[in-house]
Design a protein around this ligand. Structure first.
Ligand code: OSB
Ligand code: MG
Length: 374
């Protein structure tokens, strides 16, 4: 009978290459948890938790994820037989919410099971692509010319799709400037819920005028009717991110016509199995799904890239090269931008890349170990 014999809960903090500003705040350093499992054969599995230091993007934080993991999720893993990722998620269902904490374990279980089977997570998920198309998510910049310059650099790097963060007061001007400077740019805008539904007309006006291909989460997470209204007849896609917290939430949003595109972040929705199911539902409904990101290190990103290699994910993901996020990458090989604005899908066992111990140790702040009692 296979079991998890040891769980390590690490807390790390690493500076971002540049500050990442959104409608909800600025992140200069990223503080995050990593769950490391070890089974009774010594095989391991890693999962990066996407909860941020502060509960600004979602209600979860490093502290709530730590509490959930140490109090409920890790003790259960150490008591029972090794679950599949799906079984783990189903068993954890009575414990409400805390999807980021659950996802960290679910993802580590994908890694562990793929390693045990001698295969990659991409293959285990049913991935069919060897490279995935990607773009960059560009934070709010101090000035419009700085944004235009920053985007120009990313285009020079080879990125072919740019998502800009917008908010009231930082929208028509920066988006218009980008469109004038780069007439053919594939341009997306993400508001992270910053607009009241009453701003719909104004938001639709600049998104239309400047040929924004996709507008992400303009309104608050519960405002499905506002999203449905702006989507009706719009020349741009309306993408939901924060609103979609489960496969059931996605079904309801689809029924209410609240989206025409879907951002799937496995680390936010409870894991890769849920993320894959959501991608399939979006595809069945005839809408593009794509894999988002939460500024993960190469550890978390390798799983995101694996998910993006499966068929439903047809739009380019928020999955940039390592050097867009951290000066020193946590994995080897680092993710590099390749031809056609793509990243290579790792093919090695499990997550498919090696953790760089030196970098990992350098940014490690705290470690706790939990063992199965004999
Ligand atoms: O809304 O997509 C978002 C990062 C942190 C929190 C929320 C979001 C983002 C991003 C970054 O847009 C995407 C990436 O990791 O490149
Ligand atoms: Mg978003």
């Amino acid at each position: 009978m296979a079991r998890v014999r040891k769980v390590r809960l690490d807390e790390l903090e690493a500076p971002l290459v540049e500050p990442f500003e959104t409608s909800f705040g600025v992140e200069r350093r990223r503080r995050f948890l990593v769950v490391a499992l070890e089974d009774d054969t010594g095989e391991t599995g890693l999962g990066e938790c996407v909860a941020a230091r502060d509960p600004l993007y979602s209600g979860e934080s490093v502290a709530t994820a730590r509490w959930m993991l140490q109090t409920y999720l890790i003790p259960r893993l150490l008591r029972e037989e090794l679950p599949t990722p799906e079984a783990f998620f189903a068993q954890a269902r009575p414990l409400r919410e805390h999807l980021m904490a659950k996802a960290a374990v679910e993802i580590a279980l994908w890694d562990l099971h793929a390693r045990r089977a001698g295969t990659s997570v991409a293959r285990a998920l049913g991935g069919t692509r060897s490279r995935v198309e990607v773009g960059v998510s560009v934070g709010i910049q101090p000035t419009v010319p700085q944004l235009v310059r920053r985007v120009g650099q990313y285009l020079d790097d080879g990125y072919r799709r740019i998502k800009v963060k917008v908010k009231p007061g930082w929208d028509r001007e920066p988006v218009g400037a980008l469109r004038r400077e780069y007439p053919d740019l594939r341009l997306w805008a993400d508001a992270n819920q910053a607009y009241p539904p009453s701003a719909a007309r104004e938001v639709a006006a600049w998104a239309t005028e400047f040929q924004v291909e996709q507008l992400e989460q303009p309104f608050p997470e519960r405002a499905l009717s506002a999203h449905a209204e702006i989507a009706r007849g719009a020349p741009f896609k309306v993408c939901l991110d924060e609103s979609i917290t489960s496969a059931e939430a996605l079904d309801e949003a689809l029924e209410r016509h609240a989206l025409t595109s879907l951002n799937v972040k496995p680390g936010r929705v409870g894991g890769l199995a849920t993320g894959r199911a959501m991608g399939r539902r979006a595809a069945e409904a005839g809408f593009p799904a794509w894999v988002g990101g939460m500024l993960e290190t190469g550890i978390g990103r390798s799983f995101n890239v694996a998910l993006a290699s499966t068929p439903p994910f047809v739009f380019p993901g928020d999955l940039s090269a390592s050097d867009r996020y951290y000066r020193e990458e946590f994995v080897d090989p680092a993710f590099e931008l390749g031809p056609g604005s793509t990243l290579r899908v790792p093919t090695g066992r499990g997550l498919g890349v090696e953790v760089v111990e030196r970098v990992y140790r350098k940014f490690l702040r705290r470690r706790r170990e939990f063992r199965r009692s004999a």
